[in-house]
Design a binder for this molecule. Structure first.
Ligand code: SF4
Length: 192
């Protein structure tokens, strides 16, 4: 049996920003147009059932990454339903993470992540000029400072110490294709 390492689960088809290089919205893939805005209750139930089955069949834990579009557009109520269902299907040693642009991070959402031991990966393209060259809003405005505000919220959450632990890593800054220097990014984040 081939073992599965990571499952990418698309939970939202829309995004609150419009990155120039986005393969979903700006590279000719229009499949999202006919998709529902959010993962449905029926799909959540079906996916959770399949994950439970996989957990029983496969010895090695696998990871689940919630993806979009922008997964935080689900809002707290839908996210709670989704995370509760996933965590009921798989134990806490299975990594669940969310890939987000970071703009919609709120205290309520962080509380949910903490409750369901879910990690967060924030997309940041490096320094302000580099980031704002592509990661822009629907009016073309840069999003750098909005993303940093989201990261500040992460850092000030009561569970921040837990969030930085390698096992339940709730903040991992994932620089994408335009990152110029890992060291300078670390300095940048520690300044916020
Ligand atoms: S945040 Fe992600 S999904 Fe949204 S426009 Fe940018 S690359 Fe696309």
């Amino acid at each position: 049996m081939i073992e599965i390492d990571t499952i990418l689960l698309k939970v939202a088809s829309q995004c609150n920003i419009n990155c120039g290089y986005c393969y979903v919205y700006n590279m000719g893939d229009d499949s999202w147009v006919d998709m529902p805005n959010f993962i449905s209750q029926d799909t959540i139930k079906a996916v959770s059932k399949e994950l439970e089955e996989l957990r029983k069949k496969q010895q090695r834990p696998f990871a689940i990454v919630l993806h979009g579009g922008e997964p935080l557009l689900l809002g707290t109520r839908r996210l709670e339903t989704l995370l509760h269902s996933l965590r009921t299907a798989i134990a806490e040693e299975y990594c669940i993470s969310i890939q987000t642009n970071g703009i919609l991070i709120s205290d309520k959402i962080l509380d949910l992540y903490s409750k369901f031991k879910t990690s967060i990966s924030v997309s940041l393209d490096g320094h302000e000029i580099t980031h704002n060259a592509n990661r822009v809003g629907h009016q073309g405005e840069g999003t750098f400072h909005h993303v940093l505000k989201g990261i500040e919220k992460l850092k000030s959450h009561p569970d921040a110490a837990l969030l930085y632990l390698p096992v339940y890593l709730l903040l991992s800054i994932q620089t994408q294709i335009h990152m110029t220097s890992t060291i300078s990014l670390k300095k940048l984040i520690h300044k916020t």
